[in-house]
Design a protein around this ligand. Structure first.
Ligand code: F6P
Length: 364
């Protein structure tokens, strides 16, 4: 029997379990493969003894409807920038992918299926360049990967955000308030834009279009002057004012890479209040609620199709590729084609034009 190692890395995302289940079931049917999972991303293989779990039809049965990942995950311990303590007590980030690749090989695995976002796929490529057979499966609620038209988890996040938005509309209406709802997405406005259209927001603020406070105030005043009496705003966590900066904190943890975004909804609330907003303003930050719970049917299907494709590539020894969803079908791209920059909303994206045509303001 040949052996597949599966890993889930980076932030979790609804649909990860469906991928794990699809790989396990496809492998079981082929009759030639055993499937194992590395616990907590690749930390499982790096430990001594390794923390691995054999994946079977029995222990993956029904998991496709559950959020999270049965293999657990982490965004710490990136082997490309692994913090190694130096003799003087300081920390230095080092590339330890050669030893991770060697370790996976020495444990008898024939291929690694690495399920993760942009950071994880850079690790996939590095391990592949170190001679390890690797296949990537993309995931992120942010939908910001160039190589794939869609990522599983995104549609679930939009549904959760839209359900929350609907609830805020009724309370905004009752109190004649301005409600601001902050959604995730890092540097991309995909979740915000989809939620604004689905929910019927008056204003949508996204990282790709820095906002002008005067324009936002204009839209709010018009609404109140025309007797509408309430306003609902969706703001992406990475949105910023023209000439301004994103709201977030740099983590004090030496192992974390990113600025933690969050809080721009409150920042905007204060700006609106100081500018004389004609109504009370309240801010809601959805946060990790968007990543939790059961995946919607579409994400279960997309994740299952991606898992089956990953196994197909493994079985065909088509290493060095990442599964992708393009033109309504599941396909794959070579790691070197996976762009390093995030996929952002272009000014002529059809949904941006739709939103503008129905009168959603982007504060520009
Ligand atoms: O990339 C997914 C995402 O949920 C982003 O939308 C968000 O900025 C980030 O991860 C949050 O990361 P963490 O779980 O580390 O707080």
């Amino acid at each position: 029997m040949k052996k597949i190692l599966v890993s889930t890395g980076g932030g979790d995302c609804p649909g990860l379990n469906a991928v794990i289940r699809a790989i396990t079931r496809s492998a079981r049917r082929s009759g030639n493969w055993e499937v194992w999972g590395s616990m907590e991303a690749l930390n499982g293989v790096m430990q001594d003894p390794p923390d691995l779990m054999q994946l079977t039809e029995a222990n993956t049965a029904g998991i496709h409807i559950k959020g999270g990942t049965m293999l657990k995950t982490t965004n710490l311990g990136n082997p490309l920038e692994y913090p190694v303590q130096q003799p003087d007590g300081s920390w230095k980030k080092m590339d330890i992918t050669p030893s991770v690749a060697e370790r996976i090989r020495s444990l008898g695995f024939d291929v690694l299926i690495n399920i993760g976002g942009d950071g994880s796929q850079r690790i996939s490529q590095a391990l592949w360049e170190n001679g390890l057979p690797v296949i990537g499966v993309p995931k992120t609620i942010d939908n910001d990967l160039h190589a794939t038209d869609l990522t599983f988890g995104f549609t679930t996040a939009v549904q959760i955000a839209t359900d929350s938005f609907d609830k805020l509309v009724t309370t905004a209406e009752s109190h004649h308030r301005v409600m601001i709802m902050e959604v995730m997405g890092r540097d991309a406005g995909w979740i915000a834009l989809h939620t604004a259209i689905a929910g019927g927001a008056e204003i949508c603020l996204i990282p790709e279009i820095p906002f002008d406070l005067d324009k936002i105030m204009e839209t709010i005043r018009e609404r109140y002057e025309h007797g509408k009496g309430f306003v609902n705003i969706v703001i992406a966590e990475g949105a910023k004012p023209k000439g301004g900066k994103v709201v977030g904190v740099r983590s004090g943890n030496h192992a974390e890479e990113h600025i933690k975004l969050g809080g721009v909804a409150n920042y905007l609330r204060v700006l609106l209040e100081e500018a004389g907003c004609p109504a009370q303003v309240r801010a809601t930050i959805l946060g990790h609620v968007q990543r939790g719970g059961t995946p919607v049917a579409f994400d279960r299907i997309l994740a299952t199709a991606m898992g089956a494709k990953a196994f197909e590539l493994a079985d065909a020894e088509s290493w060095g590729r990442m599964v992708a969803f393009k033109n309504n079908t599941v396909t794959s791209v070579a790691f070197h084609e996976v762009a390093k920059e995030p996929k952002l909303l272009s000014p002529d994206h059809y949904l941006l034009l739709v939103a503008k045509s129905i009168g959603i303001s982007f504060g520009d």
